[in-house]
Design a protein around this ligand. Structure first.
Ligand SMILES: [Zn+2]
Length: 316
């Protein structure tokens, strides 16, 4: 058997829109990669069939030696191995995913929150290499976060630590999928910023190229900003203000060296980074001003969580 076949782990990143799967070697090389749409996996049974087609076939074909499986999922609980009441997934209630997959593949399975998995990926292979204190923020369908302090991921007493996306950014603000109001996620996720567009467009009749788009995405807002659209720029400033204020609050708790922004909205680069940093700085205590970096992920978007999830399988 070639060395390629030995010492691999499978990383699975479950998101509200996409599911990414990778077979990864010990050095973080992704040997094989698959992608599924969440809308094609409405139930756990269908998901099991789909990943059997990817992983099962791969293992049989290449006689791959899979040592373990790591999973990053929204509301993934590190201790229980369950996905608990994830608002952005079609799988409702409490899903014992580690148990299900370990039976299906006869391998050890480690599961954690998707943002925690991305944080581990960034710590081992990306922008947080060598950092002991940082926060990973994922700005995708929702807003996830993984807090690393003193070199370790914080899981909390129940496995759920690090939910900055569901802290209150605006009191009695927008309703959130989680049932609360004004969560950070309702303003600074890729879907949240689209809600801002609709709010701002309804406010008055000021001209904007965004008025001509039927189904607006965060990418459209970025494109409009690139062309100097005033409304798009105002929307990024507003979004960066809310995000920056929340980051300043988070600094007061764990004093990280850096925030690493990742996911759809982070793709807007300076349009989101500049206002976020400016408003964070304005809200930091004097002792932290100018000391905290806000930087983009150094891993390809689809890779960070898959690499992190696969690394989980090595760790344990
Ligand atoms: Zn919420």
């Amino acid at each position: 058997m070639s060395s390629l076949n030995k010492n691999q782990s499978i990383g699975i990143d479950i998101g509200g829109t996409n599911i990414s799967i990778g077979a990864v070697d010990k050095f973080g090389g992704i040997i094989e990669q698959w992608s599924l749409k969440m809308k094609d996996c409405p139930t756990i049974e269908i998901f099991q069939n789909k990943i059997e087609e990817c992983i099962g076939d791969y293992v049989r074909k290449h006689k791959a030696e899979i040592l373990g499986i790591g999973v990053g999922a929204p509301n993934g609980n590190f201790y229980s191995g369950t996905i608990d009441f994830a608002p952005n997934l079609p799988w409702k209630g409490q899903i014992p995913l580690s148990f299900i997959l370990s039976k299906q593949f006869d391998r050890r399975v480690v599961l954690t929150n998707d943002a925690n998995a991305a944080a581990i990926g960034e710590m081992i292979y990306g922008a947080a290499k060598g950092m002991k204190d940082f926060v990973m923020i994922t700005l995708g369908t929702g807003v996830g976060s993984g807090f690393v302090a003193n070199g370790e991921l914080i899981y909390g007493h129940d496995g759920f630590a690090g939910e900055l996306g569901h802290t209150t950014a605006i009191r009695d603000g927008r309703p959130c999928n989680c049932g609360k109001k004004g969560c950070l996620e309702t303003y600074t996720s890729a879907t949240g910023i689209v809600r801002t567009v609709h709010e701002f467009l309804a406010r008055d009749n000021s001209p904007s190229s965004l008025r001509d788009i039927e189904t607006i995405t965060s990418k459209d807002i970025h494109n409009a900003a690139l062309k100097g659209d005033a409304l798009a720029l105002e929307i990024f400033d507003y979004t960066g203000k809310i995000l920056g204020q929340s980051l300043a609050d988070a600094v007061a708790i764990t004093s990280p060296k850096a925030f690493i922004l990742f996911g759809g909205l982070a793709g807007a680069k300076e349009f989101i980074f500049e206002p976020t940093i400016r408003h964070m700085e304005a809200n930091l205590l004097q002792i932290w001003k100018g000391k905290i970096r806000v930087i983009p992920s150094e891993l390809k978007e689809s890779d960070a969580a898959v690499l992190g999830a696969s690394a989980l399988a090595w760790e344990r």
